[in-house]
Write a protein that binds this ligand. Structure first.
Ligand code: ADP
Length: 508
């Protein structure tokens, strides 16, 4: 076990359901590793506690070993055994909890969307805190994320502080207010919390369904600082469309609630060193980008000869869920074709009718010379698409932060986005004269209908076709924007210091 005492910086433990690249479904996974790596570089000790999923990418874990420790944790009125493993992921120390519970909570072949997700993650949170207690760790900050680990906050104050795990203050980041972990109240009792105490409007009672307990609300109410992943989204969630029922709770806790724009891990996402690319390249030498485009088109069977070589390649990499503007994604495929471009979609959907619909579109274009749909999760292919594409579409209905627009820009693919959440904080239209020219870096639109998307996508494709020199300058400029975690991580350190200083102040 790593001994934190000799470190000069803060000691931060993240308890999370995801961490890239070993257990990643979406942006949450990227944020946990990107933020942690940046904090580590700044001299802080950061550890991560994850479930030990069967479906993790074990090839990306170094020195994985079982700890010589018997971890017993409480659930459903009984004590259960757990194994704990340690390993290094992207240079970060990670602990993996493996429940020896008969329900095999993390032995399901997938990360989420199991009928007992509420049980799986409340079990995990209880075991994670038990691990901190039993191993004698004394973190300054426990940082939990999204509904899966929001219950850490009430568990900490109600059960673990009385048991002596009391060194920490709590940070909570909500990456998406759509997913809240609300269940009939009795479900909360399994992890040992008192339903009678917590099913109250000012605590964890769901704001719309009074018989339900809402885990996300618990994370907000019981943490010392609460953040979400962009300043614009932090405003949007104070309104009913954004807050999805939690807007009132956020308003009550607004003094500890902040929006911090995510960064991207600029070492993991770097076209100059990316080993998943056939040709590395940089803003100063874009020839590799062209070579990647050529290779990917050949690999996926798109035409590359003659006049076709100059067609702009439009990319889209996404979970296919309503939040992402599925109808506009579908429309952008047809619009790109109509306007003489090529389109590659990489995505998959946990929602059967959407997956089914896109399987139909994929079949329709199976041997098409300009369009390809790849309906799966594929990390390596995602890198190739960022590198190969010229334009990248993200027509989200709402987008807490969004990472794909930043990754796309880093790889020289110009984003076409709807102005919402973090997209509005990071993409500025090239034709918007109210924005300083040096900030303008992409194309954006507001309306939810197809007209808005057409307007932005058509302009992008026209600039690409008619003004190649201007376009190349835009590509170089986008690639040079600093989307690293450095600045945002400093904001987190400020929040951590504020809550930790308050502890010291109350103790002396
Ligand atoms: P969200 O967290 O809502 O899914 P973000 O834009 O914050 O959206 O993060 C998405 C991340 O997941 C990006 O790193 C993106 O490259 C990756 N991603 C999404 N879909 C796929 C896929 N099918 N294959 C590979 N990577 C994907």
């Amino acid at each position: 076990l790593i001994k934190p005492h000799s470190r000069p910086g803060l000691y931060i433990v993240n308890i999370s359901a995801e961490m890239a690249p070993v257990a990643k479904v979406g942006g949450l996974g990227d944020v946990v590793s990107g933020l942690s790596r940046s904090l580590q570089r700044k001299g802080h000790l950061v550890e991560i506690i994850l479930p030990k999923y069967d479906c993790m990418d074990y090839t990306r874990i170094k020195s994985l070993k079982e700890l010589d420790l018997e971890l017993h944790s409480f659930f459903d009125g009984q004590i259960h055994k757990n194994k704990v493993w340690s390993g290094i992921v992207e240079g970060l120390p990670v602990y993996f909890i493996e429940p020896l519970h008969p329900a095999k909570f993390f032995w399901r072949g997938r990360f989420y969307s199991e009928p007992d997700d509420f049980k799986r993650f409340t079990y995990f949170c209880r075991a994670a805190l038990e691990f901190l207690l039993q191993s004698g760790k004394r973190p300054d900050v426990i940082h939990s994320h999204d509904w899966h680990t929001a219950v850490v906050a009430p568990l900490y104050w109600d059960i673990y502080v009385p048991l002596g795990l009391d060194s920490a203050r709590l940070a909570f980041t909500c990456h998406n207010f759509e997913y809240q972990g609300a269940e009939p109240a009795v479900a909360l009792a399994s992890c040992g919390l008192s339903v009678r105490e917590l099913l109250r409007p000012d605590r964890m009672q769901d704001n719309s369904f009074p018989n339900k307990i809402n885990l996300l609300k618990g994370g907000i109410v019981f943490s010392n600082v609460v953040t979400t992943v962009s300043p614009t989204y932090a405003q949007e969630v104070l309104r009913p469309e954004g807050g999805k029922g939690l807007q009132g709770t956020l308003a009550q806790h607004s003094r500890k609630f902040y929006g911090v724009l995510n960064g991207i891990d600029d070492e993991a996402w770097n076209p100059a060193t990316d080993s998943l690319l056939n040709h590395q390249y940089s803003a100063d030498d874009l020839s590799g980008k062209e070579a990647n485009k050529q290779m990917l088109r050949e690999r996926l069977g798109l035409v590359t000869q003659g006049d076709d070589a100059r067609r702009p390649l439009v990319g889209c990499i996404t979970r296919l869920v309503p939040q992402k503007g599925v109808h506009l994604i579908r429309h952008s495929i047809y619009r790109t074709l109509e306007r003489g471009g090529q389109f590659i979609l990489l995505g998959s959907s946990p929602i059967p009718h959407i997956q089914h619909e896109f399987e139909g579109i994929a079949r329709q274009f199976e041997n098409h010379p300009q369009i390809r749909l790849v309906l799966k999760y594929d990390e390596a292919l995602s890198h190739s698409i960022y590198a190969a594409s010229d334009i990248f579409v993200i027509p989200s209905i709402f987008e807490p932060c969004g990472l794909t627009q930043m990754i796309a820009m880093r790889y020289g693919s110009i984003p076409v986005v709807r102005e919402t959440g973090g997209l509005a904080d990071s993409v500025f239209d090239v034709d918007n004269e109210s924005i300083p020219i040096e900030k303008r870096n992409g194309f954006s639109f507001q309306s939810l209908d197809e007209g808005g998307l057409n307007w932005a996508l058509d302009r992008a494709m026209s600039y690409y076709a008619q003004n190649p020199d201007w376009w190349e300058k835009l590509v170089r400029k986008a690639m040079k924007i600093d989307f690293s975690w450095d600045v945002s991580a400093d904001q987190y350190v400020d929040f951590y210091n504020q809550i930790v200083t308050n502890v010291h102040a109350t103790r002396t």
